[in-house]
Structure formats: C-alpha cells, structure tokens
Design a protein around this ligand. Structure first.
Ligand code: ADP
Length: 386
C-alpha cells in the first residue's frame, strides 16, 4: 500500500471517529434535554448535590416546595432554613438520618416520611422522600439524590382521623361503662318488685315485667359488646409468636356445645405460627366459627373448613361454611357495628362479632373480606401480615 492510500485510510478513520463523537455528543445533549424537561415538569422536588454538598440539581418543584433557589450550598441552605423532624413533627431528626447524609453514605431508601419545619416562617411540610447515592462512572459515591413528595394533606387527614377515632373510642368506652350502673339498678329493683308483688300481679302485669326484664338483658348484652369493641384498642396486648393450631383448638373447645348441637363436621388444615395478639386472634376465630355454626341451613349437614395459605408478606386465613350464605350487596355492611341481616327471633346475636373481627384484623395490618353464595355458603377470609 502506497503512502497516499495509507493517508486516505487514516483520513477516513478520522472522519468516522469524528462523526461517532458528534453522534455521541448529540445523544448526550438529547438525553440532557429529556432529563431537563422531566425535571422541569414533574411535581416531585428533586435535589442532587455533589460530594461537597453543592447543588447539581434543584428543580423548579424543589424551588416551589422550599421557597429557595439553588444559589447556596445544600448544607448551608438546609441548616439555615429548615429543621428536620420525625413524622410526628416534634422529634428532631438525628443528623445522621438527614436524607442527603444518608445518600452520601451510599444508602438507598424509599418512602421515608419526614417533617420539614421553619418555625419563624410558620413553614411546616410533611414529605415522603426517596434517597439514592449519586455514583460516578467507577461506581464511587460522588454525591446524593433526594426526591421529595409533599404529603402534608395526607398526614393532616391521618392526624384528624386518629383524633376523631380516639374521641369516638373514648366516648363509646365512657358511655358503655357509665350505662352499666343505672342498668344494674333497674335490673335489681325489677327483681325485688316482682318478688314483692308476685301474689298481687295479674297476667298482663307479669307479661309487661317480662318485657322489661328481656329489654334489660338485651341492653346489658349490647353494652358488654360495645365495651368489648372499644377494648380492642384500649386493652390491646403486644404481639407475640402464636401457634394458630393452638388458638383454633382453644376456640373450638370454647364452642364445644354449639358444635355438638349443630352436628357440624369441622375440618382444620395445618395452620402457621404468626406474630399476633393471642387473645384477639382467638376471638376472631371464635366469632367466625361461631357464626358458621349459627347460620346453618335447615336439613343440610353443616361442614366448616378452617385453612390458611401463604401469600407474599402475609397469611390468608379462611373460615368456610355451607350455611345460608349472604347476598353480595351486604358483604360490606355486615362488618359495621350492630349490623344484622336477621331478626333476633330467627338467629340470636347483637351484630357486633364481625365488627370486632374487622377491628382486630386491621390492628394486625390485615384485611377481612367475604365471599358468599346465598343458599350455598360463606367464606370469610382475613390476612395477617407476617
Ligand atoms: P351476629 O352474629 O351477632 O348477628 P355478626 O357481626 O357476627 O353479628 O354478624 C353480622 C351479620 O352477618 C349476621 O347477623 C348475619 O346476618 C351475617 N353473617 C355473619 N356470619 C355469617 C355466616 N357465616 N353465614 C351467613 N350469614 C352470616
């Protein structure tokens, strides 16, 4: 190959190298433009700093959220303007837990809830933050990325809900407790009155007395149920390791008479051990099995199946019967307090059992639901987070 050919080859290679470089540059520019458009348009505040705490990115949403621009160093900006607190809004966050510090330590985390405050400016914002380290080409930490989402209205709603729940709970507990005393007095004096006037009372009066007596008993049951319901929270015990086979066996032993009277066949599959409030979980099984025994179909041998299946992050327990079933339209309502679908004469009860189950399951971060076919049977299932 002569000299000019070689030069020609070198030139061609140079040109193709140049066009590759310019394509790469175009691509980088394009990527940067796309990234900028995203950062400028999203509602989440994105803050990126280098290893010295200087802002590399402080997008418009961040400027709006914090009322700042990116001219100061990150550290200066934060320490001068804001205090960081735990989600309770009062406990100062340890400096080692500051999102940018965590990111610079190489940590990643999602949905960390914090409160950011500036008392003198009456600035108070609750945020959910995602934390990532900024890595250079060799994988070393060269800064931090923190993405903030404003969750202030959600937190205020949660606080409001907690407050009104606790007010309601206190009201129910006090009302139920204070109603017990006058009711006991009515019951005892009615007893004395009946004894004193037994000889002189006519049939009609006896009937009226019986009505009063029944009403007093019914009211006593309602008050006891209401107290049990309100105590799901106030008398809650810490969670412990619980063998569900034992709990179900205990619940079945307590229901021995009803099982015998209903002639039911009870089929219990092997159950797992979980972390739960032992007494409360037993109450859930007892209420669900008790209902399965109560709402049986006339003339059909009753079968009740109790089982559990593992799901991701939880267990799903089920109590299945072949009883009267429930129409789909009532599948939410029956979990409400004092909600019943039948008269007391047809099926006894006060309508509190399922609402207690729901409250207990929710205390365990689970969900309770019903699948039922009227005239064929019902399956109540609930999850308990593992
Ligand atoms: P109670 O059993 O005291 O009536 P619950 O709160 O336990 O109260 O149940 C509410 C209502 O849900 C019951 O009155 C009944 O109508 C319906 N229900 C509950 N469990 C079953 C079941 N296994 N089969 C059919 N209906 C049921």
């Amino acid at each position: 190959m002569n000299q000019s050919d070689r030069n020609g080859q070198v030139q061609v290679r140079d040109m193709s190298q140049k066009s590759q470089d310019s394509r790469r540059q175009d691509l980088q520019q394009n990527t940067q433009q796309v990234l900028n458009s995203i950062l400028n348009s999203i509602g989440s505040a994105v803050v990126v700093t280098d290893a010295d705490g200087h802002f590399l990115t402080f997008n418009p949403a961040a400027e709006k959220m914090f009322g700042l621009d990116a001219t100061m160093s990150a550290q200066e900006t934060w320490s001068r303007n804001f205090g960081l607190y735990e989600v309770d809004g009062n406990t100062p966050l340890r400096e080692s837990e500051f999102p940018l510090r965590r990111a610079m330590r190489g940590e990643s985390a999602d949905s960390v809830r914090l409160c950011i405050k500036n008392e003198s400016m009456s600035f108070c914002l609750w945020v959910s933050v995602n934390i990532r380290p900024l890595l250079d080409e060799s994988g070393r930490v060269s800064g931090g990325v923190v993405v903030f989402d404003d969750i202030t209205s959600q937190i205020r709603l949660e606080q409001e809900l907690r407050r009104s729940n606790s007010d309601l709970q206190q009201f129910a507990a006090v009302a139920a407790h204070d109603l017990q005393e006058p009711l006991r007095t009515i019951g005892s004096f009615l007893e004395l009155f009946v004894q004193r006037n037994r000889a002189a009372t006519d049939d009609k009066s006896v009937r009226y007395m019986n009505f009063i007596h029944d009403a007093v008993k019914r009211m006593q049951t309602l008050i006891d149920d209401l107290l049990t319901y309100s105590r799901v929270q106030s008398r809650a015990k810490p969670f412990e390791a619980v063998d569900c086979n034992e709990i179900v066996a205990e619940a079945l032993a307590d229901l021995k008479t009803s099982i015998k009277n209903s002639g039911a066949t009870i089929d219990v599959s092997p159950l797992p051990s979980i972390c739960a409030d032992r007494e409360q979980l037993k109450q859930v099984f007892q209420n669900l099995i008790g209902n399965a025994l109560k709402f049986k179909r006339e003339g059909v041998p009753l079968r009740v199946k109790i089982a559990a299946t593992a799901e991701s992050g939880s267990y799903r327990f089920s109590v299945c019967d072949n009883g009267i079933g429930i129409k789909d339209e009532y599948s939410e309502r029956i979990f409400g307090i004092f909600q019943r679908l039948h008269s007391r004469e047809t099926y006894p009860g006060s309508g509190i059992g399922l609402s207690i189950c729901k409250r207990v399951v929710e205390r365990h971060n689970g969900v309770i639901s019903l699948h039922s076919v009227p005239g064929e049977g019902s399956t109540f299932s609930f999850t308990i987070v593992t």
